[in-house]
Design a protein around this ligand. Sequence first.
Ligand SMILES: Nc1ncnc2c1ncn2[C@@H]1O[C@H](COP(=O)(O)OP(=O)(O)O)[C@@H](O)[C@H]1O
Ligand SMILES: Cc1ncc(COP(=O)(O)O)c(C=O)c1O
Ligand SMILES: [Mg+2]
Length: 289
Amino acid sequence: MSRTPHLLSIQSHVVFGHAGNRAAVFPVERLGVNVWPLNTVQFSNHTQYGQWTGEVLSPNQVPVLVEGIAAIGELGNCDAVLSGYLGSAAQGREILEVVARIKQANPRALYLCDPVMGHPEKGCIVAPEVSTFLLEEAAAVADLLCPNQLELNSFACRRPTSLEDCVGMARALLERGPKAILVKHLDYPGRAAEDFEMLLVSAEGTWHLRRPLLAFPRQPVGVGDLTSGVFLARLLLGNDLIEAFEFSAAAVHEVLLETQACGSYELELVRAQDRLVHPRVKFEARRLG
Ligand SMILES: Nc1ncnc2c1ncn2[C@@H]1O[C@H](COP(=O)(O)OP(=O)(O)O)[C@@H](O)[C@H]1O
Ligand SMILES: Cc1ncc(COP(=O)(O)O)c(C=O)c1O
Ligand SMILES: [Mg+2]
């Protein structure tokens, strides 16, 4: 029997609704990966409601909690670390130390960084120095990086002019160290209005994928966190990069279809759990260039 992989997932926790770990832990476990959730913040709800209560985890708790896992002899069983929404840049630096420590215990362990940056227009509020940390420190350490278009623009310090330009921006990121970049959402002048596009780049090449853009009265939150979690889960379960890319697009689309059908603002992860694990749709990644 194959071993169940273990993933240390360091992201936000929301009591109500689904973002951060609350958009990733249940789906990733449902796919067959054991998750060790470490919550960077505990908020009542995600920040796009415009108001929330709760607090940020003290940065020194990150190594304290990981030390506790080391002390019971389990750290070497960690197959990957995922970081997402951070409460402070200081937490981010502690996470990089943890990644180094886990890689010492298990040299095959992967680090996926979802560089969640603030987006004030959307109402995604992240402590300002977190972006600088992600741009200048985290990207160099990550094996896999999963920016959305805005985050990719921040890395490149500009907006794209075309799809080819997006590819160039993503490929330039490979030079900072990651083995693959998954751009979870492309936005560039001239893109087809009815499509939601994604990109995967690695040393082996570039792949582009389209899925239908669905209409929502208010854009659901946590879609990026769900995407990066499912992508990493499928890699840990033995998919190659392209298979994991295609699967994550299909699984997330299934969740969005369920969410749309329910007229819900929050992701309908519980209702969509079976179709997330066995997507009925399939989107093919097309090789570019
Ligand atoms: N197929 C889709 N149709 C409509 N909106 C989508 C679809 N997939 C994702 N979205 C929305 O697009 C936005 C960008 O999502 P994404 O780039 O995956 O990352 P993030 O959630 O990190 O911003 C989100 O507001 C999400 O709700
Ligand atoms: C608490 C919290 N976690 C995570 C996120 C990131 O969500 P997304 O997957 O949409 O990038 C947000 C976005 O507003 C948030 O408020
Ligand atoms: Mg995001």
